[in-house]
Design a protein around this ligand. Structure first.
Ligand code: PLP
Length: 383
């Protein structure tokens, strides 16, 4: 094993190289057709994503962030409406709420899954609550059985942030098929990554899909008659053509990630570092699609481990170092860091390791051995 071999956090060209000819052909077809918007490629991808999500409809849009924004517009979110979501997530989960004059209400996470804690969600419901945005973080579904039960009881709209989780499922029921809306991102680092920005809303509700389409096209219907104040948010044919190639290999990509996660878990558990780190759990068996493999590093050693790995040219990343309830822009909401203790702890402990599908076994062994070396060293230092 060559311990000097660098291991990148993500290697996008490595994944795309085998599909180069297919991509070029698909792009050439779009070029020759001249249909850069609203073409057959977009329709095909909408159908494919709906199939993957086991929903009736898919509606392409410009990004995962816009998918959330459009869902909130389509449900009719009004100024002052409260929307419950986790704080331990990417910014876009909550920014869409604020942009529409809504109020994000941040709720703590479950320690084992990093996903929103349904019991805390229930406690956060008020008269003003209109919707919940559960996030399927790192590729693992939130506890949708419990969340749907609570939301049905209170008549709340559920917008699943499935940006990291296309193909994730709970006993075969996919992310996006539980709530009123599912929001998918094609950002290049996601499990189905495009060559730029792109997104998709999936839904089972015909009326809602119609409203999403209306809002994503300037609220215009018919042409030059504007019923509502929409936005311009489209998925273009070039992205759709590329993604239509890639989605055919999504099954393989997911199994690759799952295989890598299994090997990491085995090797890390055999390493005897139970007190130093915690490996991530898959609550629903094969339903986890591992957009990230995120360990917890205890005793304040996370940043030192990250630096140690970086010295060895091993990529790792902190998702997310500053929870949303502690972001400057959300300070007016009045949250204190300690209000969400699990979120705060996670932000100090998490470290995501390379997990992309094409990662080789040797690379995983190098990462794990480096983690072991780090702790062996820091124990010698302490002695
Ligand atoms: C990536 C991501 C988004 C936003 O998707 P974009 O396509 O980058 O706009 C939203 N929520 C989560 C949890 C994400 O990881």
């Amino acid at each position: 094993m060559n311990m000097n071999r660098p291991v990148p956090l993500l290697d996008v060209p490595r994944g795309n190289a085998p599909l180069r000819e297919e991509f070029l052909e698909a792009l050439a077809n779009v070029l020759d057709s001249g249909r850069f918007l609203f073409g057959p490629d977009v329709k095909q991808l909408e159908e494919e994503c709906a199939r993957w999500s086991n929903t009736r409809f898919g509606i392409g849009c410009a990004s995962g962030s816009d998918a959330i924004l459009l869902s909130l517009m389509a449900m009719g979110l009004r100024e002052g409406d409260e929307v419950i979501c986790p704080s331990f997530t990417f910014f876009a989960t909550a920014s869409a709420v604020s942009r529409l004059g809504g109020v994000p209400v941040f709720v703590d996470i479950d320690r084992n899954t990093f996903n929103i804690d349904p019991a805390k969600l229930r406690e956060a419901i008020t008269e003003k609550t209109k919707a919940v945005i559960p996030v399927h973080l790192f590729g693992q579904c939130a506890d949708m059985d419990s969340i749907m039960e609570i939301c049905d009881e209170y008549g709340l709209v559920v917008i699943e942030d499935a940006a990291q989780a296309i193909g994730a499922n709970i006993n075969g029921r996919p992310a996006g098929a539980w709530g009123h809306f599912g929001c998918i991102s094609f950002y290049p680092t996601k499990n189905l990554g495009g060559m730029g920005d792109g997104g998709m809303i999936v839904t089972n509700d015909e009326d809602l899909q119609d409203r999403v389409r209306l809002y994503s096209g300037h609220g215009m219907r018919p042409r030059y008659y504007h019923k509502v104040i929409g936005i311009n948010s489209r998925l273009d044919s070039m992205q759709a053509a590329v993604l239509n190639v890639k989605i055919q290999y999504l099954d393989d990509a997911v199994s690759g990630r799952q295989k890598n996660a299994q090997l990491y878990t085995k090797l890390l558990q055999e390493s005897g570092l139970q007190n130093e780190i915690t490996t991530p759990v898959s609550q629903y068996g094969d339903g986890h699609v591992w957009n990230q493999f995120t360990i917890r590093v205890h005793d304040g050693k996370r940043d030192d481990l990250k630096a140690f790995l970086a010295e060895r040219n091993i990529g790792s990343e902190i998702y997310y170092p500053v929870p949303l309830h502690m972001q400057k822009c959300f300070r007016p909401l009045g949250f204190q860091p300690e209000d969400l203790p699990e979120t705060l702890l996670a932000s100090r402990e998490v470290l995501s390791l390379p997990i992309f599908p094409e990662l080789e076994e040797e690379e995983i062994r190098i990462v794990v051995d480096s983690v072991k070396q780090f702790f062996a060293m820091s124990q010698r230092r302490a002695a």
